[in-house]
Design a protein around this ligand. Structure first.
Ligand code: FPP
Length: 272
């Protein structure tokens, strides 16, 4: 298992520089879990009830991903902009993360799933940061799947953070003797050890990226569904994967090129 694990210390392929290997099951899926509030409101429940059901839906999403053979799942739990929500909702969400981290980590570990949390963790409470550290440490060597949870994360923050780290790591960049390249920045991005997502899913009916993984989603296939996040299940993930399998992934090339070299040029994800 360890030899086929997608996480790597080496730099991953940049989809704007090289054509990555394409498989019929997406290796890495990124998800915006939207619609918790509306799910609750539709049932005359407080918004918090929707977030609680959101945790259960995340558990189902992880199980479904393992069943389908997806190797990395990255979910957007709290954006840099979510601090603008009412104080009691923010505080509830933080308590929910802490509770979920503590209650779910045992099962994740039992199922050989590695947990990672990305984002500006300096904005979180000491207790939450400690729980994150413990959960990451406990699951660090697991190789069945990587679950990455983005908390206090923003795609622009990620790029700027990587740029700033690159400037510290490579002082020659500060002298501006040569143009900054992707290779200078990529190793410092939050998800540098994972391939770029093949498939992006957003539930809740909105069709926007909301500042999620702006760099990494450059060539990702996008899938939007009206289903609200608390209702997410295996069938929904399967439908998204099926839609992905119908896409022609050209990475800048033409359909003609793909058809002419169907044996040697990767392009179509292909049906299972
Ligand atoms: C968006 O729905 C959802 C969030 C901002 C929170 C997502 C959090 C969870 C699903 C819990 C996950 C828990 C862990 C431990 C990672 P919304 O509130 O924007 O819904 P709305 O658009 O209907 O108002």
């Amino acid at each position: 298992m360890a030899t086929t694990f997608i996480e790597s210390k080496e730099e991953q392929v940049s989809s704007s520089q090289l054509v990555p290997e394409i498989s019929n099951i997406p290796k890495h899926v990124a998800v915006i879990m939207d619609g918790n509030g509306r799910w609750a409101t539709q049932r005359h429940l407080p918004r918090m009830a929707g977030h609680e059901r959101g945790v259960a839906a995340l558990r189902r999403a992880v199980e479904a991903s393992v069943q389908l053979g997806i190797q990395a799942l990255t979910v957007f739990a709290f954006s840099s902009e979510n601090w603008r929500r009412p104080e009691d909702e923010v505080s509830f969400l933080m308590t929910l993360f802490l509770r979920a981290l503590k209650s779910e980590v045992k099962d994740l570990h039992k199922n050989q799933i590695k947990l990672r949390v990305i984002g500006d963790l300096s904005g979180l409470s000491t207790r939450l940061r400690k729980a994150v550290e413990e959960a990451e440490e406990k699951t660090a060597l697991n190789t069945r799947m990587v679950l990455t949870v983005a908390v206090n994360y923003g795609g622009r923050w990620d790029i700027l953070n990587a740029m700033n780290k690159a400037l510290v790591a490579s002082p020659h960049l500060r002298e501006l003797k040569a143009p900054v390249t992707e290779d200078d920045i990529r190793p410092h991005l939050s998800l540098a050890n994972l391939p770029e997502p093949d498939l992006f899913i957003r539930t809740g009916g909105e069709q926007r990226m909301s500042n999620f993984m702006l760099w990494q989603l450059a060539y990702t296939e996008l899938y939007f569904t009206d289903l609200l996040w608390p209702d997410f299940d295996y069938e929904c993930l399967e439908a998204a994967v099926h839609s992905y399998q119908m896409r022609e992934r050209r990475f800048g090339r033409t359909s003609g090129q793909l058809a002419m070299h169907a044996d040697s040029v990767p392009g179509h994800a292909g049906l299972v």
